[in-house]
Write a protein that binds this ligand. Structure first.
Ligand code: GCO
Length: 485
């Protein structure tokens, strides 16, 4: 995230690469060799938790079943011109009706954990008030079927599908949402908390704020700097209130409470000093506006004045709650430059020349993950971290057998897993990995044209067909290690 930090992390990675390389040629040590002829395996710590992540609106479909109310994403996806090809999540992957098959797919690959999200509008169609028991019944069935197959349920309370009824009352711009969210969290945990033990409060609050309330490309499509930072602050506040409300019961129930942030290092385009302040500003907006209040009880320096105008006295004390784990979503670095038109005076620029890219043009930069993890170790007290999302969108390349041979995705995942392993060797507290994602699904404003799944979904028949990456991941889990090549 800081240039200084990166340089340190890069040096560490280089050293480890050397150590691993030596171990491999010597045939032992950290990179112990597998059978002759097989690729060398980089082992992960014992008990490392391998799993997968999804989110409700992206896969469930069944938007009008069993009393579910509309969410901001229903409204947004049905608004003309918002989503590529006019796609919506109305059917998505029909996971609501096919969840057993999907759990079976996870079990067959040996996955040990499943992070899914609860759709707030299924549980509380109006956002507050009377609980819709039939909505919770679905998550009850899903939880039971995961546990039957030995898969840990990791429910996430909020992955972007706010009830439209709450948006009509101001949504994340209304401070009252802190208590709406807390009541919702209490209702869900009361029903599932006897079996689900890991609870994720929010998924990527800064992304909800930036795209949904700052630049407007995501639901609810609002824009502006003040809206953006207000949405961040109220998510932080809601999370703090919910954590405080759940904490007293946590020890007795065996709950671990945490949250998930999108953390991507922000670098100055071209390595230019003139872009350095822009990169620090974007780091503050994207990464530290959630990290700093939660872990340090303060706002990032660059945004002090903005947040001071939004927050009330005492808010930071509410937000700074202990968490039992931090989920990290990592995809690539963000290369920032001065842009007077940008909300924060910054804008995206190019990654260094020669950087590989995914189909949606995201740079492939695995060492950025090492960088983030080292930063969490050095500056945020080395919390227990689960990589809660990492994965990539590539065009399907169908092999002679008719199966998708997604070797690019395999290379992407392998590179990032090895980068995390470098961080573990540095002493970073990384305890698990959840691939984004199981199924090709509704990729927000990109609709279905982007494919992040290890399993292909036929959009007409809903038939699921595992890709090569699915088998590869099953091997990683079986060996608790990653092939080096
Ligand atoms: C996010 C979301 C996911 C996305 C994935 C790929 O990180 O944006 O959590 O829902 O689908 O990241 O963009």
């Amino acid at each position: 995230m800081r240039r200084r930090t990166f340089l340190k992390a890069a040096a560490a990675t280089a050293t480890l690469g050397g150590t691993l390389g030596a171990a491999l040629t010597a045939g032992g040590g950290a990179g112990a060799l597998a059978a002759p002829g097989a690729a060398a395996i980089a082992p992960f710590p014992e008990g490392f938790l391998w799993g997968v992540s999804t989110s409700a609106y992206q896969i469930e479909g069944a938007v009008a079943e069993d009393g579910r109310g509309p969410s901001v994403w229903d409204t947004f996806s049905h608004s003309y011109g918002r989503i590529a090809n006019g796609d919506t999540g109305d059917v998505a992957c029909d996971h609501y009706n096919r969840y057993r098959e999907d759990v079976e797919l996870m079990a067959r690959a040996g996955m040990k954990a499943y992070r899914f999200s609860i759709a707030w509008p299924r549980v509380l169609p109006q956002g507050t008030g009377t609980v819709n028991a039939r909505g919770l019944d679905f998550y009850d069935r899903l939880t039971d079927s995961l546990l039957e197959r030995g898969i840990e349920p990791w429910p996430c309370l909020y992955h972007w599908d706010l009830p439209q009824a709450l948006q009509d009352r101001g949504g994340w711009l209304n401070r009252d949402i802190a208590s709406w969210f807390t009541d919702y969290a209490l209702a869900v945990t009361a029903r599932l908390g006897d079996r689900a033990k890991r609870w994720v409060m929010l998924n990527e609050p800064s992304v909800v704020a930036i795209f949904g309330h700052g630049t407007g490309g995501h639901a609810p499509g609002l824009t502006g700097r003040v809206n953006c930072l207000t949405a961040i602050h109220h998510q932080n506040l809601a999370q703090g209130r919910a954590l405080a409300a759940l904490r007293p019961a946590a020890a007795g129930k065996g709950w671990q409470l945490g949250t998930v942030l999108s953390l991507q290092p922000s670098w100055p385009v071209g390595g230019l000093d003139s872009n350095y302040p822009a990169s620090l500003m974007w780091d503050a907006v994207w990464n530290r506006s959630c990290l700093d209040p939660l872990f340090k009880g303060r706002f990032p320096e660059q945004l002090q004045a903005d947040f001071a105008a939004i927050a009330k006295p005492g808010d930071l004390a509410v937000i700074q709650q202990p968490v039992d784990f931090l989920g990290v979503n990592y995809y690539s670095r963000m290369h920032q430059q001065v842009d007077p038109q940008g909300l924060f005076g910054t804008g995206y620029g190019s990654a260094p020349e020669g950087t590989r890219r995914t189909a949606m043009e995201w740079p492939v930069e695995p060492d950025g993950l090492t960088e983030i993890l080292v930063e969490l170790q050095e500056s945020y007290g080395n919390p227990p971290v689960y990589i809660a999302e990492n994965g990539a969108d590539y065009e399907d390349v169908v092999g002679p057998s008719g199966r998708v041979e997604d070797n690019d995705r395999i290379a992407y995942l392998r590179g990032h897993m090895l980068a995390a392993r470098n961080a573990i060797e540095e002493g970073c507290n990384v305890k698990g990995w959840m691939v984004w994602t199981l199924l090709d699904n509704f990729e927000w404003a990109e609709g279905y044209r982007r494919r992040f799944g290890m399993v292909q979904v036929d959009r007409k028949t809903m038939v699921r067909t595992p890709k090569a990456s699915y088998d590869w991941y099953a091997k990683v889990i079986r060996r608790n290690g990653v092939p080096q090549a």
